[in-house]
Design a protein around this ligand. Structure first.
Ligand code: PDD
Length: 286
C-alpha cells in the first residue's frame, strides 16, 4: 500500500513517526476523510477547507492544504483504486518537538500523512436498507467540536458503549439536545420537515449534512436547523445519521426500543435516492 508522508509517497511500512510527534504526545492535530466513488473525490474542496478552518483555529504552522487534493488523486491511482469505492484519510499534527504544552518555537513543520483504502460498503448498504440501532449518551466532549481534531477519546468511549448495547451509533446529548453521533450528524423528521442541529461549536459542520441540506432545497423538502430536544423525539416520525462513511442511514431503534414502524421511513429513503443521484450526477459514472 502506497501512502503519503511528509512530502513523499512510500510503502506504508516505510513510514516512521517520531515519538516526539505532538499528535502522539498530545493529540495535537486534525484529520479528514474524503470518499472516492469510482475515482471521483466527493466534496474534496469542502473537506480540505474544513481542514484549513481547523488548522487556523489550532494555529498550526500552515493553513493551506489545497495540494492534498492532487495527493489524494495520486494515492487513488498508485493504489489502483480508480474503479473502487475508497476513502482517503488525512492526519495532520503540529509536528515534532521537545515536549511542552505551549507551541514549540520555532514552529516545526506539521506532520502530514494520507492513505487511501478500499471501502467495503456491503455492511453499510445493509444498514442503509434496514436501519440501525442507536443509543443516547451524555456529551462529555470539549466545547470545540466544530474542529475535526484527532482527540477522539469521548467519541471512542461513546461508540464502544453503543457496541456494548447492541447498537451501531451513539447520539450525544448536551443540555437535553440531541446534537450529533460519534462519527455522524443527526437528523429527525417532524411533520415532514427535516430537522438538524444548527451549526455551532458543539457539532462538526458535516460536509454530508451540508450536501443533504442543499439537496433538500433543490427537492423542495422543508428543512429547519434548530435544536432537537430528547424529550420531544417521540414526536418525530424518523431519525437518521448522515456522514461521509454512513451516507444516509436510518435509525430504527433507540435505547433498545423500536422507533415508530421499526423500518426506514419515506424521508430517509427519499434522501438516500437523492444522495445517490447527486453522486451519479457529479461522477457521471455510477
Ligand atoms: N466522521 N460529526 C462527527 C463527530 C464526525 O466525526 C463526522 C464524520 C460527522 C460527519 O461529517 P462528514 O459529513 O463531513 O463526514 C459529524 C468521519 C466520517 C470519521 O470520523 O471517519
Amino acid at each position: 500500500m502506497i501512502v503519503y508522508f511528509n512530502g513523499k509517497f512510500m510503502e506504508k511500512e516505510q513510514v516512521s513517526i517520531s515519538p516526539d510527534d505532538r499528535g502522539f504526545l498530545f493529540a495535537d492535530g486534525l484529520y479528514e476523510v474524503i470518499r472516492s466513488y469510482n475515482g471521483y473525490l466527493f466534496q474534496a474542496r469542502e473537506h480540505l477547507d474544513r481542514l484549513s478552518y481547523g488548522a487556523t483555529h489550532l494555529k498550526l504552522g500552515r493553513t493551506d492544504f489545497s495540494e492534498l487534493e492532487a495527493i489524494a488523486r495520486e494515492l487513488i491511482s498508485r493504489n489502483r483504486l480508480e474503479s473502487e469505492d475508497a476513502t482517503i484519510y488525512f492526519q495532520v499534527t503540529r509536528g515534532v518537538a521537545k515536549r511542552s504544552h505551549a507551541f514549540p518555537s520555532p514552529a516545526p513543520a506539521p506532520t502530514i500523512y494520507a492513505a487511501a483504502s478500499i471501502f467495503d460498503s456491503t455492511a453499510g448498504d445493509k444498514k442503509r436498507k434496514n436501519g440501525i440501532s442507536a443509543i443516547t449518551i451524555a456529551d462529555t466532549r470539549w466545547a470545540r467540536c466544530d474542529m475535526k481534531t484527532t482527540a477522539l477519546t469521548p467519541n471512542i468511549l461513546a461508540n464502544q458503549a453503543a457496541v456494548e448495547n447492541d447498537a451501531q451509533e451513539a447520539i450525544f446529548i448536551r443540555d437535553g439536545v440531541m446534537l450529533e453521533g460519534t462519527h455522524s450528524n443527526f437528523m429527525a423528521v417532524f411533520d415532514d420537515v427535516l430537522v438538524t442541529a444548527p451549526l455551532s461549536n458543539y457539532i462538526l459542520g458535516g460536509i454530508t449534512r451540508n450536501f443533504i441540506l442543499d439537496l433538500c432545497r433543490l427537492e423542495n423538502i422543508r428543512v429547519e436547523e434548530r435544536p432537537i430536544f430528547e424529550k420531544d423525539i417521540h414526536l418525530a416520525s424518523e431519525m437518521m445519521i448522515v456522514g461521509t462513511t454512513t451516507e444516509v442511514t436510518p435509525i430504527v431503534k433507540m435505547n433498545h426500543t423500536v422507533f415508530k414502524t421499526g423500518k426506514p421511513g419515506p424521508m430517509a429513503k427519499a434522501l438516500q435516492s437523492a444522495y445517490r443521484s447527486g453522486i451519479e450526477t457529479l461522477t457521471g459514472s455510477l
